[in-house]
Design a protein around this ligand. Structure first.
Ligand SMILES: Cc1cc2nc3c(=O)[nH]c(=O)nc-3n(C[C@H](O)[C@H](O)[C@H](O)COP(=O)(O)OP(=O)(O)OC[C@H]3O[C@@H](n4cnc5c(N)ncnc54)[C@H](O)[C@@H]3O)c2cc1C
Length: 329
């Protein structure tokens, strides 16, 4: 059997026993009925949030379903149904071109539409869940279902589709609602500062600002393998946070509605002296400590060894456990 290479932005060499790609629900159902989707199986998108620690001894599925259809619109909003295989940033670009508000802060996030609904991608004060109305999926057994946004149980970088028993659902299309009335989210990161160099605040200028901020801060996977933020920002109880703030008064933090506190993992990692440091062929990115990079030739095991060392040091110094956001395969 010829092994298939699996694309991933970390630039890790990894293969699967078989790669099944399909361009429609019918093609997917046909693959299922023919018995091609054998155990174990893994559905991937563009591989921008995957870390292969070894070759995948099973079947990898990938959606090529395209299309952006308007399914309803009025003066205030528009509902669109988008194929899981559409490149996320092309969709954002399309929304901006149409004058639809809501997705622009999520510009330049790598990956595909299907994964946006698994990961609940987020950046600059906006999350995919703010736009998602419903998710269409086909199960490993060939059942077709529409999940409402409520059923998807969205939370910070989390959804129903991340649960192990939900891995049997393959997302085929995602329904989003965009606003047709001007509505911006500008009070995050350096958006306002960057926008100041443009003559006016428009959808296109917000998108361009986000793109330039991201290009300055994040490594381009084509140059330096990475999967974006490697760790999730830890969320701790107030009782844990207050004594820490006493000890580290400059600790950045965000108070959440439920009373808990979110702490930027990048700051914790930097305080442990890891920013810019490497372990073998893996390193903590020198401009953003939340990102782990492949310096060239790293294996998944090298990245995991670095991640373990970083987590251990953060725990030793702060007593806080940080966890990978990246999916370890
Ligand atoms: C440089 C860089 C910057 C990034 N910045 C951000 C950021 O700002 N915010 C953010 O949230 N993320 C960010 N990421 C992470 C990544 O872009 C997102 O997690 C993205 O959604 C992954 O999309 P993908 O298509 O590559 O999915 P993959 O990485 O291939 O898969 C991700 C998960 O989704 C599942 N999956 C994918 N498609 C389907 C499907 N059709 N049906 C069922 N399950 C599926 C996979 O099994 C896996 O669990 C960044 C990554 C990089 C490399």
């Amino acid at each position: 059997m010829t092994k298939q290479k699996i694309a991933n932005t970390f630039g890790i060499e990894a293969t699967a026993n078989r790669l099944l790609e399909y361009a429609s629900e019918e093609e997917l159902l046909q693959l299922i009925r023919s018995g091609a989707v054998t155990e174990p199986y893994l559905h991937v998108g563009a591989g921008s949030n995957l870390l292969f620690t070894k070759d995948y001894e099973g079947t990898v599925l990938h959606s090529l379903i395209q299309g952006i259809e308007v399914v309803r619109q009025d003066d205030d909003s528009v509902d669109v149904r988008v194929g899981a295989g559409v490149c996320w940033d092309s969709f954002v670009d399309y929304c901006v071109e149409q004058g639809w508000y809501g997705a622009e802060n999520l510009s330049l996030i790598p990956g595909e539409v299907g994964a946006s609904a698994v990961q609940n991608i987020g950046a600059y004060g906006v999350e995919a869940k703010d736009l998602i109305l419903a998710v269409e999926a086909v199960s490993r057994e060939g059942e077709q279902r529409l999940f409402s946004a409520d059923e998807c149980a969205y939370a910070y970088r989390d959804s129903l589709f991340k649960r192990p028993d939900m891995k049997r659902w393959f997302i085929t299309r995602v329904h989003y609602r965009l606003s047709r009335c001007e509505r911006f989210t500008l009070d995050y990161g350096a958006i306002r500062q960057t926008l100041a160099s443009f003559p006016s605040v428009t959808l296109k200028h917000v998108r361009q600002s986000i793109i330039s901020i991201r290009r300055a801060k994040l490594p381009d996977p084509a140059q330096l393998g990475n999967a974006g933020s490697f760790f999730m920002n830890p969320i701790v109880a107030r009782e844990t946070f207050d004594p820490l703030l006493g000890q580290y008064p400059s600790m950045p933090h965000y108070l959440l509605e439920d009373g808990r506190v979110k702490i930027p993992a990048g700051w914790l990692i930097e305080q442990c002296g890891w920013k810019g440091r490497s372990l073998g062929r893996a390193a903590v990115y020198d401009k953003q400590a939340l990102v782990l990079v492949n310096l060239g030739g790293a294996t998944g095991a090298d990245i995991v060894a670095l991640s373990d060392a970083v987590c251990r040091d953060v725990y030793r110094k702060f007593g806080i456990s940080i966890h990978p956001e990246v999916n370890l395969i």
